[in-house]
Design a protein around this ligand. Sequence first.
Ligand SMILES: [Zn+2]
Length: 216
Amino acid sequence: MRLILIGPPGVGKGTQSALLVERLGVLQISSGEIFRREIEANTDLGRLAQRYISHGELVPNGVTIEMMAKKIREPQAIKHGFVLDGFPRTVKQAMALTEIMDELDESLDKVVSLEAPEELIVSRLSARLGCTRCGEIYHAVNKPPMREELCDKCDGPLFVRQDDLPETIRERLRVFREQTAPVIDFYKDKGVLVTINGSLEAEGTYALITAVTAKV
Ligand SMILES: [Zn+2]
């Protein structure tokens, strides 16, 4: 199975990817994680990406595409299939992905667009707490810390991250919509887009995803 998960922050892409990996054995290819790994390993691509990230800029298409292509061409990904997360973010990236798949003589099965009302996303994300010391993330409902305001792992103080403040979340959602709308249209035109309700419990959304992908 070769899938793309598209959706705003807080819609549950991470949770759904993890379920797909665990239950269907596909590989998760997440652009954020690949950036981190390439940077850690200090590769040429990693150093290039770091230059942009450290200036608070988006990593350019060319660098992102090259990193993702490397991963998609790996034998493991070809054998087990994959779920892409965080890529493609632009139509240019989507077109490059089509080329990579063509070269491999493969194709995407579905592009799943996860949607949820803005209010729900804001309430989900603003219930998150981060540890100032070790970076562990908690959630008031889904993953509460054992003691209020203290990290289970390192006793560090917990706080609401800047990223998870309601006004920051709304801005992140606005940017997401602006950036991703053309990518969603691109896949709609290709006839591979399915829209899935991301406002259900994780298992409910997972059932919807596997129902549409099972028909592939
Ligand atoms: Zn901690």
